[in-house]
Design a protein. Structure first.
Length: 162
């Protein structure tokens, strides 16, 4: 796909949409994760909306949970039902949602005690492993939601703290 280098000036995110297999399970997960209840829940059954996404139709249930500065739209497609992506971090097209924290060690410990499974140990950006040096000291940890969506907690330092 050829795209021109003309800037579109898209600089503010409104929401992230996450396709889920079971809306009720995902609402419970993200409500516990964020401490926020859904601000909206509903259904949609629309051929034109489905076609706007490259689908033949869109019969779905959804819920929106707002966190500071971003909405998280949880969407359970009932028709057409999709296949799980198993979106490992290194697969082109996969993405992740990152939550900023003030004390990664404390949040990580609380999450582990609450039963969250992390993909690996927390990592601190180290000299010789990452450039620029302005990112040094940033701490991250990764985990998945019930459908395998990649999630991250970050305690940014240096250039990543801006």
């Amino acid at each position: 796909m050829a795209v021109t280098d003309t800037s579109m000036h898209l600089t503010q995110a409104a929401h992230v949409g996450i396709s889920v297999s079971d809306l009720d399970t995902s609402i419970a997960f993200y409500t516990a994760l964020t401490g926020r209840e859904p601000i909206a829940q509903g259904t949609m059954n629309s051929v034109p909306f489905g076609r706007s996404q490259g689908l033949p139709t869109a019969e779905l249930r959804y819920a929106t949970i707002n966190i500071d500065g971003l909405g998280i739209d949880l969407i359970e497609f009932r028709d057409p039902v999709g296949e799980r992506t198993n979106g490992r971090a290194n697969r082109p097209g996969s993405m992740h949602l990152c939550f900023k924290v003030d004390d990664l060690d404390a949040v990580h410990r609380r999450m582990e005690e609450a039963g969250y499974d992390f993909l690996g140990a927390p990592y601190t950006f180290l000299a010789g492993e990452v450039t620029p040096d302005a990112a040094l000291g940033t701490e991250v940890a990764y985990f998945n939601d019930p459908d395998g969506t990649n999630l991250e907690i970050i305690q940014p330092k240096g250039g990543f703290a801006n």
